[in-house]
Design a binder for this molecule. Structure first.
Ligand code: BDR
Ligand code: CA
Length: 326
C-alpha cells in the first residue's frame, strides 16, 4: 500500500529532485505539493515546482503557499542574508545553488490550484484518516500557519519528515541552516506542536553527497527526469566547489531528496536520535539555530528525532532506481 505524502517545497534545485522522487516512487501516493517562499520568492518557487511536475507529466495538484516568513521580516536586524546573493563565478559565469528559474526545464503551461496551500492543508488533513505524512523541504511557514489556524490537524498528521537544521554542520550562518533560519518561529511551532517530527539536517544530507561521476551515471539513464537531475546536480557541484567545498571534491548534497527517500526506507537515515530540539528565535548570533539537547534528561520533554548520518550508497542507489522509471 503506497504511503500518502504531502510535499512542501521552495523549488530550488534539490527540491526539484525531491519532487521527482515523490512522483516516480510507486511506494508514495503524492496527495499534493505546496509551495512556499524560501530559496526564491513564492512566484519563482511555484513556477519551478510546476515546471518539475510538468516534466514528469504528472497530474499532482500544486498549491501556492506563504510568500514570507511568519514574523521574521518585522525585525530588520534579523534579515541579514540576501537571496539575490550569488555564490561565485567560474570562467566568468555566475554559479548559484539555485537559479531564479530552473532553466533546464521549459516554462510551465500548467497552473497552481485556486486554493491557498495553508487552507488546503487544513481541509485535506481534517478530512483524512490520519494517514498522511508531511515532508517539508523548505521553510516551515505553511505547516506552522496551518497548525496555528487549526490545531486539530496535529492529531491528523501521521508524521513530519523535514529537511532542516544542522547539529555539527550549518550553511547560512555560523549557527543556522537555511530552512530553519528563514522562518525560525515556524520551525519552533512545528517542533513543539506534538507531531511526530524527524529532522533530516545537514549532518545527514552532507553525508549523502553525490559525486560528479555519479551524476554522469545518472545522466546515462537517459530518462527526462534523470537528465534534469544530472543537470541540477552538476549545477550544485559547481556551486559547492566554489562556496562550500565538501570533504570530497566535485560532489554536492541533494538535501531535499533524502527526506523523501527516508519516507520509503527510513534506514537511509543513520545515527537517528530522539532528543529535545528547539530553535533559537532570539534574533542574536544563534538566530535560527537548531539546539539539540543531548543530555539523557533534558529540561523539557524530548520532542523530535534527528538523523546525524546517512547511508550514502543506499541514497545514490535509490536515486538511480527511481530515475530509471518514467
Ligand atoms: C535547504 O535549503 C535550501 O537551499 C535547500 O533547498 C534545502 O532545502 C538546505 O539548507
Ligand atoms: Ca528546499
Amino acid at each position: 500500500m503506497p504511503q500518502k505524502v504531502i510535499l512542501d517545497v521552495d523549488t530550488g534545485s534539490d527540491d526539484a529532485v525531491a519532487i521527482m522522487m515523490a512522483i516516480l516512487a510507486p511506494e508514495i501516493d503524492l496527495v499534493g505539493i505546496c509551495s512556499v517562499n524560501g530559496n526564491k520568492g513564492i512566484e519563482n518557487t511555484t513556477e519551478n515546482t510546476l515546471r518539475t511536475v510538468q516534466l514528469l507529466g504528472s497530474d499532482v495538484p500544486v498549491y501556492k503557499g506563504c510568500p514570507a516568513p511568519m514574523v521574521k521580516r518585522l525585525f530588520p536586524g534579523r534579515y541579514g542574508w540576501t537571496r539575490a546573493q550569488k555564490v561565485g563565478e567560474v570562467d566568468g559565469k555566475k554559479v548559484e545553488y539555485h537559479t531564479d528559474f530552473l532553466d533546464m526545464l521549459p516554462p510551465a503551461s500548467i497552473k497552481p490550484q485556486p486554493q491557498n496551500a495553508v487552507s488546503w492543508l487544513i481541509d485535506t488533513l481534517m478530512a483524512s484518516d490520519g494517514d498522511i505524512t508531511i515532508v517539508p523541504v523548505g521553510p516551515l511557514t505553511n505547516l506552522a500557519m496551518a497548525i496555528r489556524i487549526e490545531p486539530a490537524i496535529v492529531s491528523k498528521i501521521k508524521e513530519v519528515i523535514l529537511m532542516g537544521g544542522g547539529h555539527r554542520i550549518t550553511n547560512t550562518t555560523s549557527a543556522a541552516e537555511f530552512n530553519i533560519w528563514e522562518d525560525p518561529e515556524a520551525a519552533q511551532i512545528v517542533l513543539t506542536s506534538g507531531c511526530k517530527v524527524t529532522l533530516v539536517p545537514l549532518d545527514a544530507t552532507h553525508a549523502a553527497y553525490v559525486t560528479a561521476q555519479e551524476s554522469k551515471e545518472i545522466r546515462s539513464i537517459g530518462t527526462p527526469a534523470a537528465i534534469a537531475t544530472a543537470d541540477l546536480i552538476d549545477q550544485r557541484i559547481k556551486a559547492y566547489n566554489v562556496a562550500q567545498p565538501m570533504k570530497v571534491q566535485d560532489s554536492a548534497p541533494v538535501h531535499d531528496a533524502l527526506a523523501v527517500l527516508a519516507v520509503i526506507d527510513p534506514t537511509v537515515l543513520q545515527e537517528v536520535r530522539f532528543a529535545r530540539i528547539d530553535v533559537d528565535i532570539s534574533g542574536g548570533f544563534a538566530d535560527g539555530m537548531t539546539i539539540v539537547d543531548n543530555r539523557a534528561l533534558p529540561d523539557y520533554p524530548k520532542n523530535a528525532y534527528i538523523a546525524l548520518d546517512a547511508d550514502r550508497e543506499k541514497f545514490v542507489r535509490m536515486l538511480k532506481h527511481y530515475l530509471s522509471k518514467s
